[in-house]
Design a protein around this ligand. Structure first.
Ligand code: G6P
Length: 381
């Protein structure tokens, strides 16, 4: 087993380290590396049929757990880049309150295993209710999965393969980043087709995407030791709060979920601006707050939300670019990540949160790869 782990103590840690190559594989599979603003072809090729995109008016996404968090980032991208109204549903809720029937609507099921019963049932419900309707209302079903040989693949018309390779740790890491990549590709593909992003902006985003594998490699190499040392200070901590806004709000949720799943520490992810409407009552010196503060549209706001937490004596940990002059002023500890376009930042900000959860759990001596009460995929509703 040690050889399968290639010297890593746990599969989860090995899978965290596989993320740069997962991102690279996705780019190589779906993105034209030669593309520039002067090119006259679509830079993205997901191999999906054209009728999936025709006159698209609405997208619904169904998913559970970590896949649901990736879907929240996906919604943000689909709306902001491609201007398609999009909603994310907990798969377990979807079939009991189906959204109003709209024409030219795409349903995306996101499940790394392709076997999660709640997600499959949600897709069945949508397929069944549309089957006898007119052409514009016919089901358009897309799956995003890491398992091409899965029940999901047989249920939907088209699939985006996330190419992450088998994931053994129950807590998803590399499949999450791979799902994010699928959403970046789909959103950029749609943005190109719908001409909702200028060619120069598209070129800039693609250029930065291609730089990511190297940035991720450097981040993993330089940060693990520091985060491990920091994590050791939280072995006895009972509650954690994770804050983020905009496209990094789902990453705050994912950071909290990782910690809950493997360390059994209570953690909440919250949109930073909502903290003052309730959760701030929880704060004192015993509750550390991790704030994702990346330069962009919500940066100043997150910093001032973090200051509010500091005023309640909470220990403040910032996920932000190290060069920032505010860093030392506001935060007690830093989990530095390189500065990138805000829209791409979730691909980097999730890394220190994975490390933090991993090292707290490992230090607590827990079974990181097989946490209690959890299964890699849940095949009952
Ligand atoms: C289980 C796992 C979670 C996972 C969720 C969805 O509950 O414990 O880590 O995120 O299923 O899995 P899926 O295979 O559908 O992405």
């Amino acid at each position: 087993l040690t050889t399968e782990k290639q010297g890593f103590k746990h599969f989860m840690l090995k899978e965290i380290y596989e993320q740069p190559s997962v991102v690279r594989t996705c780019l190589e599979s779906y993105v034209n590396s030669e593309w520039t603003a002067a090119s006259s072809t679509n830079p993205i090729n997901l191999g999906l049929p054209d009728d999936l995109y025709t006159d698209l008016e609405q997208i619904h996404i169904v998913a559970c757990g970590t896949s649901w968090h990736a879907s929240l980032v996906g919604k943000h991208l689909l709306e902001q880049l491609a201007q398609v109204p999009s909603q994310v549903h907990y798969a377990s809720e979807f079939r009991y309150a189906l959204p109003p029937l709209t024409p030219n609507t795409l349903l995306i099921g996101v499940t790394q295993s392709g076997e999660t019963a709640d997600t499959l049932s949600a897709i069945h419900s949508e397929k069944d209710r549309r089957a006898s309707l007119s052409a514009a209302y016919q089901p358009r079903l897309l799956g995003i999965t890491n398992r091409l040989q899965s029940t999901l693949t047989r249920l939907v018309d088209s699939v985006i393969d996330t190419h992450a390779g088998i994931e053994i740790g129950v807590a998803a890491t590399k499949t999450f980043i791979a799902q994010l990549m699928a959403f970046y590709c789909l959103s950029l593909d749609l943005a190109y087709r719908r001409q909702t992003v200028s060619p120069t902006r598209l070129e800039e985003l693609l250029k930065q995407l291609w730089q990511l594998p190297t940035q991720l490699e450097a981040l993993l190499e330089t940060q693990e030791k520091r985060i491990e040392e920091l994590a050791h200070e939280f072995v006895e901590t009972q509650d954690f709060i994770f804050l983020g806004r905009g496209i990094n709000f789902p990453i705050a949720l994912e950071g909290a979920l990782k910690l809950k799943e493997i360390s059994y520490i209570h953690a909440e992810g919250y949109p930073a601006g909502e903290m003052k409407h309730g959760p701030i009552a929880l704060l004192d010196e015993k509750v550390p707050v991790v704030a994702i503060a990346m330069p962009g549209s919500v940066y100043e706001k997150v910093l001032s939300n973090a200051q509010e937490a500091k005023a309640r004596d909470a220990r403040l940990i910032g996920v932000m670019p190290p060069s920032d002059p505010h860093a030392a002023e506001v935060f007690n500890d830093l989990l530095p990540v390189p500065e990138v376009d805000e829209l791409l930042s979730p691909l980097l900000t999730v890394i220190p949160l994975q490390f933090l959860a991993y090292h707290i759990a490992a230090r607590r001596g827990l079974d990181v790869d097989q946490p209690r009460n959890l299964a890699k995929s849940v095949t009952v509703e």
